[in-house]
Every structure is written in C-alpha cells, then in structure tokens.
Design a protein around this ligand. Sequence first.
Ligand code: HEM
Length: 423
Amino acid sequence: MTAHTMPMPDDISTIDLTCPRTFEENDLSEYWRQLRTTRPLHWHPPVGDAPGFWVVSRYADVMALYKENKRLTSEKGNVLVTLLSGGDSAAGKMLAVTDGAMHRNLRNVLLKSFSPHSLKPIIDRVRTNTTRLVVEAVRRGECDFATDVAEHIPLNTISDLLGVPTADREFLLSLTKSALSSDEEGQSATEAWLARNEILLYFSELVAERRARPTEDVISVLANSTVEGELLTEEVIVLNCYSLILGGDETSRLSMIDSVQTLSRHPDQWQLLRDRKVTLESATEEVLRWATPAMHFGRRAVADVELHGQVIAAGDVVTLWNSSANRDEEVFADPYVFDLNRSPNKHITFGYGPHFCIGAYLGRAEVNAMIDALRTYTTGFEITGEPQRIHSNFLTGLCSLPTRFQPDEAALAAYETESGARL
Ligand code: HEM
C-alpha cells in the first residue's frame, strides 16, 4: 500500500498527531470530518513523556481561538513541537512567539516593510525570477520541480527583503537547509543547532553593517527603529530576521510545489487556467486553500476557556488545525473539490487575528507568479516519478516532484526574443 492510502483505524483516538509519520501514511480527511462532526474539541492523549493537548477542527472555533490573545498565549510556543517540550527560547523577542505590547510594537516596525508599496520592487523580482526558472525548466523538458524550480524562489525573495548580498545566498541556503529541513527523517539535531547559530551569527554581522550604513531593506529598518524610545537589541533584530526565513521559505515553497501536483491531477481546472477562464487571483486562493502548508498552529491557555461545554484549562496546550478548518463543510461548499473559481473562499491558510501572517501578501504574490508562469509557458505537464513527502507534524507537502513539461513554443520564443532584446 502506498503512502497516504492507509485506511482510517476504527478508533480515531489512536491517531497520533505528534508523529510526522501519521501525516505521511494516512489520508486524514475522514479523521477530520469525524472530529468536526462529533468531537469539535478533542482531547489528544499524552504520547510518551509529552502531555496531552486539545485539538480544534471546526473553522468557526479555529477563528475564534486565533483571535483570543488574552486567555491564550503564543509565548510558550506556537507549534506542537515547542508547546509540548515546554516553550520557545525566542519567546518575547521573535514576533510569532511574542504577545502584548512588545508584539504590537515589533509588528508595527515590521509592517513598514510589508506594505504593498514597499513590496513592489521585491514582487517585481519574484515575477522575473519565477518566469526565468519556469522557462528554463520547460525548455529542459524534465526537472524535479521541487529542487530545480520552487527551491530557488522564496529564500531569494526573503534575501531581497532582508538585503542579503547575492554572493552570500548559496551559503545561507545551505545553512537554512541544515537548520530547518523537514525533508528527511533522522537529521542530526546537533547539525541543525550549529547551522541555526551560524545563521544568527551571519545576521549579527549584517546588523552591525546596516546600523552603520542603512539602506532600504528590512534589516536596516529593524536596526534603526526604536520601540518605546529604545533601539531594538541585536538579539531581537537577528531573531526576527531568522523568523522571516522560518515563516516564509518552506510555506511558500510547499504551496508552489503543491500547485503543480494538484493541477496535474485536475486537467479540467488546468484547462480553465490555460484558457483564462479563471482569474489568477481566484486560482491563487484555491491553490492556497488546497495546499494549506501549515497544518496547525497552537497556543497555551493562561486562563480557562470554555468551548462546546468543555473547559480548556489554564496551562493546557490547544492546537488549531488549519488543514481541517479549510475543509469545513459548514463554510466551504464541496470542500473536497478543487475549484479555481471558488467564491467566496475565505480560507484560513494564513491564520487570523493578531498573529495573522505578516507575509500573506508576499506569499500570495509568489503563488500568483508561479501559476501565471505555468499557464503562459507550458501547455501541460505530468508527474513522471514518485513524489516524496516532507517529514513533519507541522508542515505538509512535497520535497521532490519529478515533472515533465510540454512547451508552449510561441510563448517561449516571445520570452527569448524579449530577454535577448534586454541583454
Ligand atoms: C505568521 C502561514 C508566508 C512570515 C503566519 C501564520 C500562518 C502563516 C498560519 C500565523 C501563525 C500563528 O498564528 O501563530 C503562512 C503561509 C505562507 C506564509 C501558508 C505561504 C504560503 C510568509 C512569508 C513571510 C511570513 C512569505 C515573510 C517573508 C510570517 C511571520 C509570522 C507569520 C513573521 C508571524 C506574525 C505574527 O506573529 O504577528 N504565517 N505564511 N509568512 N508569517 Fe507566514
């Protein structure tokens, strides 16, 4: 039996959401459907030494708890791994795991760099870079879409945002892979820890440089902003640079890779896209709903919260499952149908409330650029080998996707003439 096709066990409480293999081996659609219908607030039993935790699966409840930042905190971690191991060392310093006034202040500083106006040059480069990578892949005919195309887009975009010099990008990419990769099981924890420290050290050096000679990039903005009259500390700046990589690299990459696999499985939808019978904006939203690369986020309760007649007690861990909320039949008509014209499509892929993804506009632009390049330069594509899933209980998607493209010769010729003219 291949991965993702195991039948659901009869007793759903045997599903272990802490284990990455659960997501690789099972199609959890039926599990989530049962939880939404019969146990909207489900107590996940403890696994090993880790405590048990609450599982929230309905869209309306997930939204309500994302909004609740008084009785629930992100400062004890915001994903299962950190929540169950007792906390996050960046709490109170890194945006995603900070609450209250510090969160508001830091977010306001960062928002300066994330407005559509500030992002315009970054997004122009996303489009140029994505088009070039897709054209090269289509010209070659075959590629691993994950490693040959998608891998080169988000980290370059974040590097543009942060002002990482081109010469340092390969180095940063290799460190990021060792620090964060969920591609393989059994990656050495020491290696990951060393790589993470190297990245932080690298950013410290850039901070010193930008304090002395500020430019327009995010590091310069952070390095020269004050909060309550004080400059941000080097530690806070460095951790927030790192958080942009944590937040924006793998999530965007997995969405783009998923778009190729999903479109290859839905030829009718691909045809609509090719024939311009669906807008890029609408298609982007459905691709993002379908992929839901960040399956969950989580919080710890600091006061009791009542839900469906049960109490999430102060001290409990509660997990909010975007992957289930985005398939909630109370909100989405035919939620298991991939429909690029879906409207309305208020998916929860970027979260909600005070921690709503600060990079949502950029993430959307990246997916938009990818499907635009696909519909322009290829008449169709097929998956030619076994896709490989990542190993994670937090993110979902593929790290390998062998793909064969059929070229749109006229569009490729036009691109080549135009880029030749630009040289
Ligand atoms: C927060 C998803 C792209 C940076 C979040 C949250 C979600 C999310 C669900 C909420 C976390 C929570 O409530 O605890 C995604 C997805 C993306 C994406 C699915 C791509 C498809 C990006 C990009 C960046 C980014 C491109 C930056 C370059 C962040 C940061 C936060 C965040 C810094 C923390 C915001 C806060 O706590 O106020 N993201 N994200 N994300 N994301 Fe994204």
